[in-house]
Design a protein around this ligand. Structure first.
Ligand code: ZN
Length: 495
């Protein structure tokens, strides 16, 4: 018996490391499913880990964009509700007018988002992508403060991590790509870009991250109040390659993104963005993946997540639905796939699902976005298929400002549409840190999050675990998530 005691106590520590789901909580959750508003209130408080698919450009609500435009003294063209630099004719008014006029503000909100959108001559897909051209001037000089707003919203929903797509290679990097051109040899083109000054432009991006982070932290007062909930949300950035650019520009952007992520630890990955069904995106898809493959060879430690399969039947010819996800993984080295909506149209779809499971390629699921842009929802959405084949999934927002959504609502939608249990949700939330690009090793050794790493089997306060956690941002966030779950569940059980 004596021999058993240490084993029993270490088992108890093991159990306490992982916040197990009390049976009564699952029963409560079953009841909540019948009442969406009560379910919402539960999910709002529930820890959600990270939002791994979140474009800053589309995450800011129209109200904040209008405020930023007003502060910058910009104007609005009332013919198409576009933000313009200056008022130069009678159709243009100062953006600050929207502060006092509900009619103007409401028209801007509808133009900048999917709110109240009725498809007519403009499709939902086109309205979504057109919004960005209307407000892209508004955030100039305000990026850090707008991201502070996103950070507050994340903290309000008990999120602990945001991986924000925030930087793009438009402007001077694209210009350099255009003037340098694309040689038949990627090596030669990369060399030409280096000689033409690409590293200096990458330093400029690094300075931009400094500026954003300084403004964001100042806005949240993180120097004086570092323990506040928003200041505890960890922020990392993902560089965006604009896939609708010309191929020589895409190459320059890709190379710049890999260089940036290799030198700046705040930038953890690259992604390809913009409409996947666009002319250049469709025509150059394979070439784009070859570019990513080339850049990954130069910078093997840079993480890659790719929008792939944000397509549906009819949007593009059937041939266009057959290979994007597979090439993103097999040629583009994608560790995560954004959307993956057309998976079952891929050649060898079931084999691909098995490959994704085997390679631990996670899918960033954006339910509201897929409904609004592609019209894919309910049983037509592959979310349950990914789960059926054991492909890891995370729930994310995509463009919460344009979609007038937020992460709690995405979870609510997932629960109500697909009958998820509370245990399912915990698995998905834990996935959001496991498949994040935070540095360091995982706290967990198994995909069901039962067994911690050896250094921590004696508890998180042991010396070995302390040393391990000090070297791993990811594991630190994972331990914090378990603490949040314990707190949330004990509070919920007392109700
Ligand atoms: Zn996206």
């Amino acid at each position: 018996m004596k021999l058993l005691l240490p084993l029993v106590s270490s088992l108890a520590i093991l159990v306490s490391l992982r916040a197990a789901t009390p049976v009564s909580l699952e029963q409560q959750f079953n009841q909540l499913r019948k009442s969406p508003p009560e379910l919402y209130a539960f999910l709002l408080r529930m820890p959600k880990g990270g939002d791994l698919h979140n474009h800053v450009g589309g995450a800011v609500y129209a109200e904040s964009l209008v405020r930023a435009a007003a502060e910058s003294g910009l104007c609005v063209d009332k013919r198409d509700w576009k933000i313009v630099a200056a008022c130069s004719n009678s159709n243009q008014v100062e953006a600050k007018v929207a502060d006092q006029d509900n009619g103007t503000l409401n028209a801007l909100i509808d133009a900048f988002s999917m709110r109240d959108f009725v498809p007519g001559r403009e499709s939902a897909h086109d309205h979504f992508f057109n919004t960005f051209n209307l407000f892209n001037l508004a955030d100039k000089g305000h990026a850090g403060e707008l991201i502070a707003g996103l950070t507050r919203r994340a903290a309000d929903q008990n999120e602990s991590y945001l991986e924000l797509m925030a930087l793009a290679g438009s402007g001077p990097i694209s210009d350099l790509g255009a003037s340098t051109g694309l040689d038949a040899s990627f090596e030669k083109t990369a060399e030409n870009l280096r000689k033409a000054g690409l590293p200096d432009l990458v330093s400029g991006l690094e300075a931009k991250v400094d500026e954003i982070e300084t403004q964001r932290r100042a806005d949240l007062k993180c120097d004086t109040d570092p323990a506040s909930a928003p200041c505890k949300v960890v922020i990392r950035y993902v560089y965006q390659v604009l896939r609708e650019s010309r191929k020589e520009q895409v190459f320059a952007q890709t190379l710049a993104g890999f260089q940036l992520a290799s030198i700046d630890p705040r930038v953890v990955a690259i992604n390809f963005v913009q409409a996947e069904d666009g002319i250049n995106s469709m025509r150059d898809y394979h070439l784009h993946m070859q570019m990513v493959d080339f850049a990954k060879g130069l910078y093997p430690n840079v993480h890659i997540t790719l929008h792939a399969g944000e397509l549906t039947s009819g949007l593009v010819p059937p041939e266009g639905l057959r290979f994007h996800i597979r090439q993103a993984i097999e040629l583009g080295h994608a560790e995560r796939i954004g959307h993956g909506v057309d998976i079952m149209y891929e050649t060898g779809a079931v084999d691909l699902l098995r490959e994704m499971r085997a390679k631990h390629v996670a899918v960033e699921i954006n339910l509201t976005s897929n409904d609004l842009i592609l019209g894919v929802k309910g049983n037509d959405h592959p979310f349950p298929i990914y789960r059926k084949y054991g492909v890891p999934v995370v729930i994310s927002t995509d463009d919460e400002g344009v979609n007038r959504s937020h992460l709690t609502q995405e979870y609510q939608r997932a629960v109500l549409t697909y009958g998820l249990t509370y245990a399912d949700l915990k698995q998905i939330v834990r996935n959001s840190l496991e498949y994040s690009f935070l540095s360091g090793a995982s706290f967990w050794t198994d995909s069901s999050y039962h067994t911690p790493i050896k250094a921590c089997t004696g508890g998180v306060t042991t010396q070995s675990c302390g040393a391990f956690l000090a070297a791993s941002e990811k594991a630190t966030a994972q331990v914090d998530l378990e603490r949040r779950f314990r707190e949330f569940e004990s509070h919920t059980n007392k109700r």
